[in-house]
Structures are given as structure tokens and as C-alpha cells.
Design a protein around this ligand. Structure first.
Ligand code: NAD
Length: 351
């Protein structure tokens, strides 16, 4: 919901590679509701790539220039550059917070601006103490399309996607050695994709499994289908192209048993809550572990503490979902599907 009151500070997080007309519109809308806009520039201090072609300093200069030419007083802008910490979400959150605090002096009058466009915007939920101001800007524009135009030598397309100050910068950047190297890399990557021959790639499946425990019991399912009909198994799924293994394991638990592990992990479940499970995860890669073919399994322990056991609802290949006492599960290897008992032993017996 839009806040009726004006805020002292707004925070807008993005990669801005490069900033485009929709980013500019979001920033201008935000500046109608906040006195000072703090722009957090992500993916800082990384080598130039076709996905992140510009330094944080270049992106800061571009944002400053495009807002100044739109009539914004640059004194109302602050900038924070933050590195990515792909495997340490807590560190990323802490660096965003401390960077913002350096400008707010610890004021609580802070609103987070953004647009929850897809799974990659999950981080907008990671700052529950800041009010969320959803943007009303609706546009199909993406920085990916701008970069594509740049690397595919379609400079005439830039004007419709980026403000004049950004277009001028991109036209100046285009003949540089950095730009030529990125264009060569872009073409190389396109050639790699074209050369991918699925028929020659050996079929190796990757799966993720959840070993969920609560109050001394482990969450299992009884398989209702071949192979292993009637066996006990850990919830599991094949990895989707756009998800992490630990998110796949959480999805599997929900689909197979109806249990959403995220509900037990607080507001940060999509990030820091899953991190502990990720740290404790293990790989199970015996080449013949599955008669169905080569399947590399990753399994993650989700410890949900104590308390009442949530009701379960079997789904997928599960005929039944159940909470079995851990000692009973560890003591009954003959009941288990494939190597799932061995996985449980590794994850639980040694914990
Ligand atoms: P982005 O530049 O794609 O988008 C910035 C903002 O603009 C987002 O709120 C986005 O939803 C909005 N936006 C984009 N196009 C829009 C359009 N057409 N209309 C309206 N709004 C639009 O940036 P991003 O990828 O969301 O940036 C997040 C940054 O934070 C990245 O640098 C990312 O790497 C970083 N990050 C890092 C970690 C970590 O390292 N652990 C975790 C989360 C985020």
C-alpha cells in the first residue's frame, strides 16, 4: 500500500546494468514520496561481463546524470555500492543495511521501493522493518534488452529504452576496448549456446531431497508408485533450471507432504533461513545409487525444532506422508527406497 505520509528516506536496490527509462520512472515516482533517495547499486566490484558490463561508479554517474537531466536536484540522491555475496545472504543484507544507515544516521523513517517482478525480487521481503512502497510503474522494459542492443550493434534501438544521458554514455562506451572485449565475449557465448547438442550430453539427472525433522521425528513418504512402491522415501524432486538445490528440496517437501518448511523459518525464509540447511547439505553420488539411471542427489536437513507436528497431505508419488520417530527410521533400513536410509544416516545419525 502507498503510504499517505512523506518519508525522509527511500531505498531503491538494483543492478541498473544499465539504468533505463523504467528505472528512471520508478526513481522519479519515489522522489515524489521521499525527501532523499538512497540508490543501492548491487553487483559492485565485479569484473566486467556481458551481464554486468559497467562498474558501480559508472552506474552511479549514469543515474545521477539521467535524474539531473529530468530536473531532479542531485543533492537529494545518495549512493551505496554493494558486492554480491551469492553464498552468504546474511552478509549481503548486513552490507545493504550498514550502507543505508551511513546515510540515514539510523533514522527509522525509511521506505523500500521496488517491484516484485519475479523470484529474483525476493530480497524486497528481506527488510521487514522498512515500509514497502510498491512502484506503480508498469513497463516491459528490461536492462537485458538494452545490453543485447549494445552487443548486437543496434545502437539505434537504444533511444527507445534509455534516457538521453545513458544513451550518450553507451554511444561513447561502444568504441572502447572494454566494449569490444564484451562484444567478443557475447558472440562467443552465443556460439557456445548454438553448439550445445543435447543428443551428445550424457543424461545425468540432479535431484534435491529434504530431511525434515521436528520433535524427534523425521518427515517421510510412502511411495505409491514404481519403482519402490510401498518403500519409505525422503521428499525429493528433480532440479528445475531456475532454482537452487535447497529451494528444490523445500519445494519437494511441500509437493510430497504438504509441509511448507519456509513457514517455520520466519520472514527471511527465502534467504537466510534456507542458508543453514544449505550449509549442512550433502551430495549423494554413488554412480549406481538409482536403477533409473545416473542421478546425483543433494539432501538438506531442515530442523524445525520442537512443538506440535503439522498435518500432512501426500502428493506426487506419495501414497502417504508420515512423521516417523528418528530412531525407528534409522533402525529400519529394509523399509527404504534406494539409498534414502543411507542419506538419513549421514544427515541425522552424525548430527
Ligand atoms: P534490476 O536492475 O533488474 O532492477 C532494479 C529494480 O527495478 C527492481 O525492483 C526491479 O523489479 C525494478 N524494475 C526493473 N525493470 C522494471 C520495469 N520494467 N518496470 C518497473 N520496475 C522495474 O535489479 P535486481 O536484479 O533486482 O537488483 C538486485 C541487486 O541486488 C543485484 O545486483 C543482485 O545481485 C543484488 N543481490 C545480491 C544478493 C546477494 O549477493 N546475496 C541477494 C539479493 C540481491
Amino acid at each position: 500500500q502507498l503510504s499517505p505520509t512523506r518519508r525522509a528516506f527511500g531505498v531503491y536496490i538494483g543492478r541498473f546494468e544499465p539504468p533505463h527509462l523504467a528505472h528512471q520512472a520508478v526513481m522519479r515516482e519515489a522522489l515524489e514520496q521521499v525527501d532523499t533517495l538512497i540508490l543501492v547499486i548491487g553487483s559492485a566490484r565485479a569484473a566486467r561481463t556481458t551481464k554486468n558490463p559497467f562498474t558501480a561508479q559508472e552506474r552511479e554517474a549514469l543515474i545521477r546524470a539521467m535524474l539531473t537531466e529530468a530536473g531532479v536536484d542531485p543533492a537529494r540522491l545518495r549512493f551505496v555500492a554493494v558486492r554480491d555475496h551469492l553464498y552468504d545472504e546474511g552478509r549481503w543484507l548486513a552490507e545493504v543495511r550498514s550502507g543505508v544507515q551511513a546515510h540515514t544516521g539510523g533514522s527509522a523513517d525509511v521506505a523500500l521501493i521496488g517491484h516484485i517482478k519475479d523470484g529474483s525480487s525476493y530480497y524486497l521481503r528481506s527488510f521487514p522493518d522498512w515500509d514497502f512502497l510498491p512502484t506503480h510503474v508498469i513497463s516491459g522494459l528490461s536492462a537485458t534488452a538494452v545490453r543485447r542492443a549494445l552487443f548486437e550493434r543496434r545502437l539505434h534501438d537504444l533511444g527507445g529504452m534509455v534516457p538521453p544521458a545513458v544513451e550518450a554514455f553507451l554511444r561513447e562506451f561502444y568504441p572502447s576496448a572494454d566494449s569490444a572485449a564484451l562484444r567478443a565475449e557475447y558472440e562467443h557465448l552465443l556460439a557456445c549456446q548454438a553448439a550445445l547438442d543435447p543428443a551428445r550430453t550424457p543424461p545425468i539427472a540432479v535431484t534435491a531431497h529434504a530431511a525434515v525433522t521436528r520433535a524427534g521425528r523425521v518427515l517421510l513418504l510412502r511411495r505409491g508408485v514404481h519403482p519402490g512402491q510401498g518403500n519409505l522415501a525422503l521428499p525429493g524432486r528433480e532440479l528445475l533450471p531456475d532454482e537452487t538445490l535447497v529451494a528444490c528440496a523445500a519445494r519437494a517437501a511441500q509437493l510430497d507432504t504438504g509441509l511448507d518448511v519456509r513457514e517455520f523459518m520466519g520472514a527471511d525464509a527465502t534467504s537466510t533461513g534456507l542458508h543453514a540447511a544449505w550449509l549442512a547439505g550433502q551430495v549423494f553420488d554413488a554412480p549406481d545409487r538409482s536403477p533409473r539411471g545416473r542421478v546425483v542427489a543433494h539432501a538438506f536437513p531442515f530442523n524445525l525444532g520442537s512443538g506440535p507436528l503439522p498435518d500432512l497431505r501426500p502428493g506426487g508419488d506419495a501414497a502417504q506422508a508420515l512423521w516417523l520417530p528418528v530412531p525407528e527410521a534409522l533402525g529400519s533400513p529394509e523399509l527404504f527406497f534406494e539409498d534414502h536410509h543411507a542419506i538419513l544416516e549421514e544427515l541425522l545419525a552424525r548430527a
